[in-house]
Design a binder for this molecule. Structure first.
Ligand SMILES: *Cc1c(COP(=O)(O)O)cnc(C)c1O
Length: 461
């Protein structure tokens, strides 16, 4: 028998009710979870049950067991790591993605999924000022977007060096160099490990964590061979942007491929007021970003953009007899590491359609405005020291000695009004604030500054 619609109704009604209850609880609940993973595990039922259970009951059990262990990442007062919430249109679209259950790999098999992702991709190129005709791939996150961009880079620079990577692999290949800034994201190193490229050559960075051009020039001079330069748009501690124009120009003089890790920072390109931070970014060869961060779509949604489609498709495309592809535009599976995947570009389309060009600009500008307001509010607290120049969405604060900074962070998290993560930057423990949620407003900022003030006041000097 084919799908039996009535079997879905009760379960979906319960899921919708639980989703609404969760979202309604977000503004007033403590932002952090109140229990550990071990504490909630029992609620999920222990050993594997022998017998079936009706779908609606499964959903009820799941929601009840999960509730105390959920982090309110959707809260306007969640400032941990770099995460972002979910726009209403994107969340609802994501539900449809699951209900439709399209395998988004092939144009002819799932045309609606392919077409909506192609539209979303074209809108992204327009919005972010990236080259028309570049390939856009929807991957799980920026880690895989970095992987995909760097895979295209590896393919291209080895092919330029006359090496047939597909046939010969890396064994015996010309030695490749990947140059990265000292404060690149660790997932760049991870992607390089996936690619068999080993550890990168580390180029010194400045006081805000930006790659230094003099150091890059020296590093480029002191070696040769197929080269990739990976720059960063948005440092996760300072929010700072590498000097991309200068770095790309130097790299291109040496025939290198330039990849931009812009997991959250690439979205500055959507704002006429902030685009200057990224100057020169459009001259790069590939870009990685996350829609699940600054654009506020649900997980999982990273985006890779590659200006040389042939390199990306050569690196990641699949060609087999049973996947009949159509003529014309490339199949989605040509541009991502996966074969089967959900239509994760659909929520991107919904987010962009819901915000429009002006709405994305407003969103990014509001995040920056709120980051500055938080930095100013916290800087006025006795004993607080904002360590970075707040040009974008990130703020790092210390409260004297490391032990006290850690104590203030722990007290703040315990208080529950706001959630900010601890980190270590420039040899100091810091309280790290990332403003990534579309819904953060002035009241959230005020309440969060007050929560930091309480944590500081209660922390022994
Ligand atoms: C978050 C982040 C990543 C990794 O992204 P995921 O979506 O978590 O895989 C890479 N680079 C930077 C700069 C980031 O902020």
């Amino acid at each position: 028998m084919s799908a039996q619609p009535e079997l879905y109704t009760a379960a979906l009604d319960r899921a919708s009710a639980h989703a609404r209850a969760w979202l309604a609880s977000v503004p007033d609940r403590p932002v952090g979870p109140r229990v550990s993973a071990d504490d909630v595990a029992a609620g999920f039922g222990g050993g594997l049950p022998e017998d079936p259970c009706p779908a609606a009951d499964v959903v009820d059990q799941l929601a009840a067991a999960a509730e105390p262990g959920l982090m309110a990442i959707a809260s306007g007062r969640f400032f941990g790591w770099v995460m972002g919430g979910t726009l209403p249109a994107a969340l609802a679209a994501d539900w449809l993605v699951s209900a439709w259950d399209q395998n988004a790999g092939l144009r002819y098999a799932t045309p609606a999924a392919a077409a909506v992702e192609e539209t979303a991709g074209a809108w992204l190129l327009d919005l972010l000022g990236l080259p028309e005709g570049a390939d856009v791939g929807f991957v799980t996150g920026a880690t895989m977007a970095n992987f995909a961009g760097l895979a295209a880079a590896r393919q291209h620079v080895l092919s330029e060096a006359g090496w047939d990577l597909d046939r010969l692999g890396l064994t015996g290949a010309p030695a490749m160099r990947v140059l990265v800034g000292a404060e690149r994201h660790d997932t760049v190193d991870l992607a390089l490990r996936y690619l068999g490229l080993g550890a990168p050559v580390v180029v010194a960075s400045d006081e805000q964590g930006r790659l230094r051009l003099d150091a890059l020039a020296e590093a480029l001079q002191s070696g040769g061979g197929p080269t990739i330069v990976c720059v960063q748009a948005g440092n996760l501690h300072s929010g700072a942007f590498d000097p991309i124009a200068g770095a790309a120009a130097l790299a291109h003089e040496h025939g290198a491929w330039v990849h931009v890790d812009g997991a959250f920072g690439l979205w500055a390109a959507a704002s006429p007021a902030l685009r200057h931070l990224l100057a020169g970014y459009e001259t790069a060869d590939s870009w990685a970003t996350d829609a699940h961060k600054t654009l506020n779509v649900p997980y999982d949604c990273g985006i890779v953009v590659v200006a040389r489609p042939r390199a990306l498709r050569a690196a990641l495309g699949v060609h087999t007899s049973y996947l009949v592809s159509s003529d014309g535009p490339p199949d989605p599976l040509e541009k991502v590491p996966e074969l089967s995947r959900r239509a994760r570009g659909v929520p991107v389309w919904a987010a962009l359609r819901s915000l429009g060009r002006s709405g994305v600009a407003d969103l990014v500008e509001r995040l920056v405005h709120n980051a500055r307001a938080l930095a100013d509010g916290i800087a006025a607290i006795d004993g607080a020291e904002v360590l970075n120049q707040v040009d974008f969405t990130q703020v790092c604060v210390a409260f004297g000695e490391d032990a006290r900074t850690r104590d203030v962070t722990a007290r703040l998290i315990q208080d529950g009004t706001a959630w900010m993560s601890g980190s270590h930057w420039k040899d100091r423990d810091v309280l790290r604030i990332s403003v990534s949620n579309w819904s953060t407003d002035e009241d959230d900022v005020r309440a969060s500054v007050e929560a930091v003030r309480r944590a500081v006041a209660s922390s022994p000097r």
